[in-house]
Design a protein around this ligand. Structure first.
Ligand code: WT7
Length: 650
């Protein structure tokens, strides 16, 4: 256990927005009187009609309802753009760094205003109305940010689908939220490789059409100029649509609780859920966390390496930073192209002060060796951040010592798609750090650790992480399925929001996230439901049954381990293993690729037929001695076979 304390570096302490006393004082206020606290901090954004009510939330299982600032009205795009024009119209809002190091662009707030307004009008010209869902399936190009903000400007609800998802995954999301509009690109470009986004979109529309979901319009950004099919009457070129559109688009007046976006995320059962976030509370929370967690100060260049296809990209590339009038960097490429120095070259090129990435990237770059780091300057760096999965102390220390040269605090930020923004995190000027700990709650957040029965555990302890009361950035519902929202998050421990994470609290009150306690695995910081991978596998004609678990993986954090039982008469082979991996990639996307597939003549089941995943997890972890009670198995013999044929760890 690394309980060593890393105090706030002196230079950070001098410059930071708040120190520890201030943190403690503000935290106490936020818990003692949430209405007063958020009533005050809600004013950090501009309201068209100011709110008079602040918090109106119920975690009561029979009546879960979450509303913040409910009688206020505002527009998110106006907050992210228009309100900055007077003071920072010529300041860079977005620095775009292309996949190719020779490609970059600076977009000022004034330019952002014009481009977003034109696109907003182009949406309207193509039939998009307030409340309509617009699917965004774009690479990391500025048009992705324009599209989000253009939706927000006219009150349309965006649903971003990560460019790495397959046509089927895209189709499912289009169908689920009945989205008749898509914005995509001809092709994406990552690490020198092309991604066929438009071709995928065409396939997805076909799949969706079979289920009766009709897509009316597809707006297509020309990114690579690659050869694609354009369907007459349905497909529209982006550059033509915005050129024809007016640059004058007054922002729509939205109610605080109108939806802003839907973002699909995996759970332990069923299809991905459409996590719904609304307008006012989300923006207050995203902008406030962005400022305090990253200690963002005027004119600094801030870079979050996530993709806008994930919630991190929503809250901490686009909405939080732009609401704060920051300069946010958007990167199209990957960490190791053209070389593992790329991140640090970009830091030097654009004088990045704050850098926010995922442990999986740190581990990969650590593996490439420190020379790639040391040959760059990095003196502009002030704050480092980590997100997506627990960061192992070795990676933390490397990040701290080698990348940050012991000068830059690391904010290890714990949160989820559902939480809208960061919940547990150090604050640079306030928190002494411990490698691997997300440390303490942000303002307004009441974490608790409970046992399996839901009893709150005090002091230094370990158990399941719940949050006792609401905060403004919390998701409001599962799109179209409020019952699923209640069941998933409020039924396990009545009256509390269940995070799905295990957690330890140490004697200093610091929180250490230990990983998911449900059937969700975290691959390179991306969430994957084991049930989804299983259903992709059993859709293969040669597969009769599949069980998927996570196992420790040195780069990805967790790898995907699939146990597969074949149909009668089918023979296991290496070829079939490869075919199944390819199959899952095609069904869901490359992030769901199984790392290891083990053919199993039988799976360990209880006499009532339930697969005992606990045993499968242990075998995948190589913890054979630790299988626990196997006496309830219908056929204990299958376990021996599984152990004998355990695949070698990747
Ligand atoms: C799950 C949420 C939050 C944006 C990226 C992922 C894990 C996230 C940390 C962290 C330990 C973390 C949790 C959480 N997680 N950040 N700093 N330390 N674990 O969002 O896809 O919704 O996944 O990621 O298990 O529940 P997501």
């Amino acid at each position: 256990m690394h309980d060593e304390l890393y105090p706030v570096p002196e230079a950070t302490a001098k410059a930071a927005l708040i120190d520890n006393d201030k943190y403690l004082q503000m935290y106490q206020q936020s818990i003692d009187d949430p209405n007063a606290f958020w009533g005050e901090h809600g004013k950090r954004i501009d309201w068209i009609k100011p709110y008079t009510k602040v918090k109106n939330t119920s975690y009561d299982y029979h009546n879960v309802s979450i509303k913040w600032f409910e009688d206020g009205t505002l527009n998110v795009a106006a907050n992210c753009i228009d309100r900055h024009l007077e003071t920072r119209g010529d300041q860079t809002a977005i620095i775009w760094e292309g996949d190719d190091p020779a490609d970059d662009e600076h977009i000022t707030y004034r330019q952002l205003h014009e481009r977003v307004s034109r696109l907003a009008n182009a949406f309207k010209d193509n039939g998009v109305k307030k409340g309509d869902r617009v699917t965004i399936y774009l690479p990391m190009i500025p048009e992705a940010a324009y599209a989000m903000l253009a939706c927000a400007r006219i009150g349309a609800v965006h649903s971003i689908v990560f460019g790495g998802f397959s046509p089927d995954s895209l189709a499912n999301r289009i169908e689920d939220c009945r989205s008749s509009f898509i914005i995509t690109a001809d092709e994406g470009l990552r690490g020198g490789r092309k991604v066929p986004l438009k071709a995928n979109t065409d396939k997805a529309i076909e799949v969706a059409a079979r289920d009766g979901a009709v897509v009316d319009k597809v707006i297509v950004v020309k990114r690579t100029g690659g050869d694609i099919a354009m369907k007459e009457g349905r497909d529209v070129w982006y550059h033509e649509a915005v050129e024809a559109a007016s640059p004058d688009c007054p922002p729509e007046e939205m109610s605080a609780e109108d939806p802003l976006f839907i973002l699909y995320t995996s759970g332990s059962t069923g299809k991905p859920k459409g996590v719904m976030h609304t307008t006012g509370g989300y923006l207050v929370y995203a902008s406030m966390t962005h400022e305090y967690v990253f200690d963002y100060q005027d004119a600094e260049v801030y870079w979050c390496t996530a993709d806008v296809g994930w919630v991190t990209g929503h809250s901490y590339i686009v909405y939080g930073p732009l609401a704060n009038g920051a300069t946010t960097l958007m990167f199209e490429g990957v960490p190791n192209y053209p070389s593992p120095s790329r991140f640090w070259e970009v830091v030097d090129k654009h004088k990045v002060s704050i850098f926010y990435t995922a442990p999986t990237a740190i581990r990969a770059l650590m593996g490439a060796g420190e020379d790639y780091v040391k040959k760059t300057d990095r003196s502009s760096l002030r704050i480092l951040g980590s997100v997506g999965e627990p960061i192992n102390p070795e990676a933390w220390i490397w990040y701290y010592d080698v990348v940050g040269e012991k000068r830059c605090p690391i904010v290890d930020t714990w949160w989820q798609t559902e939480t809208g923004g960061i919940l547990i995190t150090p604050l640079p000027g306030a928190t002494a750090l411990k490698p691997g700990s997300a440390t303490r709650p942000f303002f307004g957040i009441q974490p608790q650790i409970v046992d399996a029965e839901g009893k709150e555990l005090d002091g230094a302890t370990e158990g399941n992480l719940v949050i006792a009361d609401s905060w403004p950035g919390q998701m409001r519902t599962v799109y179209g399925d409020h019952e699923r929202f209640v069941q998933t998050y409020f039924s396990t421990y009545k009256g509390k929001y269940f995070t799905g994470d295990g957690c330890r609290r140490d004697a200093d009150g610091y929180y250490w996230i230990t990983g998911r306690v449900d059937d969700v695995i975290n691959v390179s910081g991306h969430r994957m439901g084991t049930a989804e991978v299983e259903s992709a596998l059993v859709a293969h004609p040669k597969v009769s049954e599949a069980a998927v678990v996570g196992y420790p993986h040195s780069l990805k954090g967790q790898g995907i381990y699939a146990y597969v039982t074949l149909m009668e008469g089918e023979e296991p082979s290496e070829e079939l293993q490869k075919e199944l991996v390819k199959w899952v990639r095609n069904e869901i996307g490359p992030i769901a690729s199984p790392d290891l597939i083990q053919f199993a003549p039988g799976l360990p089941k209880t006499r009532s037929g339930k697969i005992m995943r606990r045993i499968l997890r242990k075998i995948a972890e190589d913890a054979f001695e630790n299988l626990g009670d196997t006496s309830t198995l219908a056929d204990p013999g299958v376990v021996e076979d599984l152990i004998e044929n355990r695949q070698n760890r990747a």
